[in-house]
Design a protein around this ligand. Structure first.
Ligand code: GLA
Length: 396
């Protein structure tokens, strides 16, 4: 990805990424690939750590995607290569097409587990294939690079085999792949939006009913700026399942199936019986579910100022109650909020590093980039993004 004037990183087009994947395929396997599919990363506008509590989330699909190109083979062996240059493991892997007698197991290289997991959870009969994966989604940046690989792989397999499935089933299969092959007990948000995103819209997802509602987000005077802190604290692995457990414990104490149906009043009524940390975790989740519903409504009515306020409240709650922010993300949010024309800013995704998301007036972008660069102790990367389409087959 090239750095464009003004310090903003230009997102490479799906077409140029596709060409890159095709060239890599030709160099590795010889011959042209005949099948291609892509799936996007996502940025969550608001509704963090609510998906595994049956709550609401409000993400949009990004213009950054993962592309998978390839061909059917008769070898009975799957050969897969990634073009990612920041993996410190082998970039190519091969394994026999799994069968009931010898199912796939996770292993090394770790990037291949997303592919293997999706093959293992695919609904339909498989054939062996050669494939190349290329991505423009920042890896490990908290914008769902892993979900984009899973959903792109699933979509590729659908075209390869002719077996298609419903979009919800597809998202659920990809989530299961992440649980069982990457060991990450994620919620459904990332795979859902990567499957169902729509250009010019954010998607309000009810993670309990799995129903969703498109909300227009295409005002040309507005920009969604994604700022990558370029830090990743190694806490994520253990902290995420801990947060999940704490939420379930709070729900149980409240006699609820999940925190979705709990109110702040109910939580406060058992405050004395709860561990203080668990109380704060639940307070975040209950407040965040409310904020997310409200945010989708105010966005629909064009009240960007209120939407921005809710974003900031979300960040503060994630920082103080849920404790999944970090100094670098706090610095980025604080700096962005100091500039005129910024409505709101918050950390996005699981936390402990990765990206922030900022809603601002388009003409304020240069000032924000300049100011954040000056204030931030690290080196940030800036992406001007717009709500984009979900997974789809591509023509070669
Ligand atoms: C990660 C998970 C999601 C969600 C977010 C936090 O991105 O994959 O399911 O829980 O964290 O909102």
């Amino acid at each position: 990805m090239a750095s464009a004037p003004g310090g903003v990183t230009e997102v490479c087009t799906v077409d140029s990424l596709l060409q890159k994947a095709i060239s890599a395929f030709e160099a590795k396997f010889g011959g042209k690939p005949s099948i291609a599919a892509c799936a996007p990363g996502r940025v969550n506008l608001i509704g963090e750590h609510t998906d595994y509590n049956d709550g609401f989330v409000f993400p949009m699909a990004l213009p950054m995607v993962t592309v998978v190109v390839g061909n059917k083979t008769s070898s009975g062996v799957c050969r897969v290569m990634t073009t990612a240059d920041n993996v410190d493991e082998p970039r190519a892997v091969e394994f026999p097409l799994p069968s009931d007698a010898s199912p796939l197991q996770p292993g090394k290289p770790s990037w291949s587990n997303y592919v293997k997991g999706v093959i293992a959870k695919f609904k339909g009969e498989l054939v062996s294939f050669d494939a190349v994966i290329a991505t423009s989604v920042p890896i490990g940046g908290g914008v769902s690079s892993s979900a984009s690989v899973e959903v792109a792989t699933y979509t590729f397999l659908e075209v390869l085999t002719g077996n298609t499935t419903g979009l919800k089933e597809k998202a659920l299969a990809c989530q299961k792949a992440e649980h069982d092959f990457a060991g990450m007990p994620c919620g459904i948000m990332d795979q859902f939006i990567s499957t169902m995103g729509k250009e010019g819209h954010a998607l309000l997802i009810d993670c309990r009913s799995m129903e969703s509602k498109l909300v227009p987000l295409s005002d040309p005077s507005l920009v969604i700026l994604v700022i990558n802190s370029n830090v990743r604290h190694e806490l994520t692995g253990s902290e995420y399942p801990t947060r999940r457990r704490q939420c379930y414990e709070a729900a149980e104490m409240l006699g609820k199936k999940s925190l979705r149906t709990a109110t702040m009043q109910e939580l406060n009524s058992i405050k004395g019986k709860l561990d203080e940390e668990i109380y704060r975790r639940a307070r975040h989740v209950i407040g965040e579910i409310e904020r997310t519903e409200e945010a989708s409504a105010v966005l629909q009515s064009g009240d960007y100022r209120k939407f921005g306020e809710l974003m900031v409240q979300s960040h503060q709650s994630l920082r103080d109650d849920y404790e999944v922010s970090c100094p670098e993300l706090d610095e980025l949010v604080d700096a962005a909020m100091q500039v005129d024309g910024v409505f709101g800013s918050r950390m996005t995704g699981g936390g402990f590093g990765g990206c922030t998301v900022t809603l601002l007036k388009k003409d304020a972008v240069p000032k924000v980039v300049e100011h954040v660069k000056a204030k931030y102790s690290g080196t940030a990367t800036f992406y001007v993004t717009s709500a984009s389409d979900g997974a789809r087959p591509l023509q070669i």
